[in-house]
Design a protein around this ligand. Sequence first.
Ligand code: IPE
Ligand code: IPE
Ligand code: MG
Length: 253
Amino acid sequence: MPNQVNEIDLTRLPKHIAIIMDGNGRWATEKGHDRLFGHYHGVESVRNVVEGAAELGIQYLTLYAFSTENWDRPEDEVSGLMELLVQTIKSEVPVLNKNNIRLHVIGDTKMLPENAFKELEDALKETSGNTGLNLVMALSYSSRWEIKEAIKKIALDAIEGKILPENIKDHTLQKYLSTKDFPDPELMIRTSGEYRISNFMLYQLAYAELYFTPTRWPDFRKEDLRKAIFDYQQRERRFGKISEQLQSEHASL
Ligand code: IPE
Ligand code: IPE
Ligand code: MG
């Protein structure tokens, strides 16, 4: 595949890219291995894509690694994934620090086994001073869980008189979401040929460009990320307006 880095307009990069890393299990079973083999290889893709995003100067990269619904998978797959998580965090923290990458996490992390939770807390602390790429891991995350949590907090603030119903604006909910410190993703990528959102950032993806690829996650590399960004840059984002309006706005800049 040609290296497409030269074709990407570096002045018009998405600030935030979100990825549903899907297809590990099928990738492995198609090769005659068990599903965990696919998850292990998926970590290679994470490394490579994070590196690719950092090289391009992307500011935020969110990776959907484990959903709240994924807890219902067979026990051995869940425990294998948790073990992989602990190992990966441990081995990657020095790499993140070396590359000035700050780790964030969104999701119901209280559900994680104690050792995974602890490793994660340490990794968040140890990378908190980094100022390059913000790597957001969605772990034990689902959008409906996140929205429910936000509404609970709004209700509590209302009871305490900190917020009045008439002061709830379009963007109020955003301030209560776990993504409150991050801009909305402009580009959302899903691998493995599935065309759905699977409870991921339902609020934040309102105007994201969606990019679907049949490539299974363990085969996805930084070149594929660049291809997705290139595709994104060919699109016209209208936000409800019409093309002529956008062109005249552009001309008056
Ligand atoms: C994505 O791959 C990783 C997780 C959800 C943890 P899958 O495990 O969903 O792989 P497929 O979709 O079954 O192939
Ligand atoms: C979505 O993938 C969650 C992650 C990639 C972490 P799933 O494989 O769980 O989604 P469905 O079940 O195919 O919708
Ligand atoms: Mg899947």
